[in-house]
Write a protein that binds this ligand. Sequence first.
Ligand SMILES: Nc1ncnc2c1ncn2[C@@H]1O[C@H](COP(=O)(O)OP(=O)(O)O)[C@@H](O)[C@H]1O
Ligand SMILES: [Mg+2]
Length: 243
Amino acid sequence: MTLMNPATSLLSVEGVFAGYGGGDIVKNVTINIAEREIAVLLGPNGAGKSTLLKAIMRLVPRRAGRVEVRGADVSQWATERLIAHGVAYVPQLRNVFPALTVLENLEMGGYSMRSGVRERADEMLELFPNLRAASRRAASTLSGGERNLLALARGLMPGPAALLVDEPTAGLSPQYEEVVWSQLELIRNTGVAILVVEQNVATALEHADTAYVLVLGETRLTGRAEDLKGDDTLTSLYIGGEG
Ligand SMILES: Nc1ncnc2c1ncn2[C@@H]1O[C@H](COP(=O)(O)OP(=O)(O)O)[C@@H](O)[C@H]1O
Ligand SMILES: [Mg+2]
């Protein structure tokens, strides 16, 4: 695992400032993620985690900063072009199409692909056994956890190099949280660089390689996940309710 070495990073975010027009919500954030690395984005509610992911995707305006994917400066690229270049984004509100089956939802995720959509959907069903069992069912019949997996699998349809995923375990049972994390690890093992927002600090540090802690839009703490376990500053951010 490489840590914070821009030379080898697949996704790098440098000095990003972003907001909704009334002052910066994200301030000077720098993140570097290598191939096969899971970086977790932690921080209290309202810290700016979701805003940062949206800013990377250019769904929220960036005032300053640079974004690179596989060494290419993509800072000025529009959202659709970023997706086509291999950046997948799974938002916090996972809008699966409820009336469509699991398989049809996956096929929708391949809308930008020229060919091989059905084959890729089959690959996704192999990677996600919980979805394979439900492939012909309408998404509306899925559990919350299965729906999160479907949103992940749909985002992976075009074979992205980097995956940004916002709170994929929110509202799930501890057992299903583990299922989601196991899937993220399998995805990582296919070579994808992952940036994941997670509320559960202990679980996140157990599974991620690196961690970034945002407080009031700024990076308060960063390092290898294993080194941050039991870190007093990190604990106090949550217990103290700061931010
Ligand atoms: N669409 C929006 N317009 C204006 N402010 C927003 C919008 N979405 C979020 N914010 C504000 O940005 C800050 C960070 O929110 P968010 O990025 O959702 O935090 P987190 O994901 O860390 O909980 C909050 O103060 C929130 O109120
Ligand atoms: Mg959020």
